[in-house]
Design a binder for this molecule. Sequence first.
Ligand code: ZN
Length: 295
Amino acid sequence: MTDNRTATGSGARGPVLFIYAHPDDESFGAAGTIAALTDRGVPVTIVSATRGEAGEISDLELATPETLGEVREREMRDAMAVVGVTDIRFLDYRDSGMAGTPENNDPRAFVQAPEGEVVDRLLRLIRETRPETVVTFGPEGIYGHPDHRFAHRVARAAVLAAGDSRVGSDAGEPWCVRGLSYNAVPRERIQRLAQRPNGPFRSLSPEEMAEMGTPWSEITTVIDVSDFRERKERAIRAHLTQVGEGGPMSDMPRDEVERILSREHFVRAPLPWDDGPPPRDLLDDLAALYPAEPG
Ligand SMILES: [Zn+2]
């Protein structure tokens, strides 16, 4: 059977293409899922629009603002080596920084890139790699980072364009992905984390907080990645300039950390070429293999 669109649940399928904005998005969001895929022989390609040049540096011994992009690229390659991925593509835009910061206006910033240009590049990549499934951010960008929201828009548009034979006749054969999913963090979890004194998201206002993450009711796919948690944790720790020595969850009880790292969440998006409910894809297979209650 050579038809890519026939799900069999056995043997290696794929590839799966993950489209993110910054080094570490992939490790926090999906390192467990990625490890589960590569263990099953599924090829994985990861796109990062930027090298995280605008982020805070956890330890000034590790990088300077000038070297940060280069250092973070290396960290991401180290992190992904832990979960079996070597195919990492950088789009070479600059990290746009958090909403309202001066970095938003840098002409090299990802959010300043013409939307059509980015969509065209991703469309070509999709037609070249012919992924079964594409994973990217949802419209909310998890916690509203402008680069995450922009990555969602361009990745979704590129998936739709890649399957449309009227688009990009010079950009390869049309390719209809089987699945498009958005990496999600439950809103309740973000709100819980934000209450911790040193936790991530602590700087968000109550208004911002109400819009963060994804409500349970919208999450379609939960994968229990406990079997891959140790590797996920090593991948996260490889992002040293972001997580520092102790990591962002260092002040949390160990059982809470393990619970957080043991679940990955996705929202399956409908596609115009589906005749009914979205067909089963690799993420559905993993969710069936490693079932988890939301949490
Ligand atoms: Zn990010």
